[in-house]
Write a new protein. Sequence first.
Length: 216
Amino acid sequence: MKKYKLAIFDMDGTILDTLGDLTDSTNYALRKNGFSELTLDYVRNIVGNGLYMEAKRATPEGTDEETVMAVYNDLFTYYKDHNEIKTRPYDGITDVIKKLKAEGIKTAVVSNKADIGVQKLAEKYFTDCFDCAMGETKGFALKPERDMVDEILNRMGIKTEDAVYIGDSNVDMETAINSEMDFIGVSWGFRGRKKLEEYGVKTIADTPEDLLKILL
């Protein structure tokens, strides 16, 4: 694989294990609105498209929009204040990002998480690791649309063909396809290797060390 000038990372399930806090926050919102709680593995399969879609997928099919919005608002509010309890960087990923930077490769984050959360978590867990980070921002479509990726490329003055997107889900793969850039899937995230292979991902890293070898 060629050497890239920029590596763009997804956040949830790629550099940060946020599943515990997302599950707890989702179940808080569901309980508050009279619904049953969900398992960790169930939540694993409904995240990735932002908190609104997570709330919609968490509620029973046919739930009216007003109720979905109530769950979403409670989920958003609770998660904003409880997103650092169980969340941790995946073992070894911080060292990989630092080594990429040492090799002259710029690094960035593009996530469907609210931008304020992306900035906060990136600074707390990856201080000085990323050249740029962007989450859900008014005026920019969420992944898998290419809006936020294009914004990062523009900010950094990098051409599409010189960048690679790294993520753990079909949403990330579709983001790379829509952005016309190469994609590397990571199997330690929320979906796993089998799902990535089913999606048709050709290049998969099973450990952060594998990812470093692929990139360098």
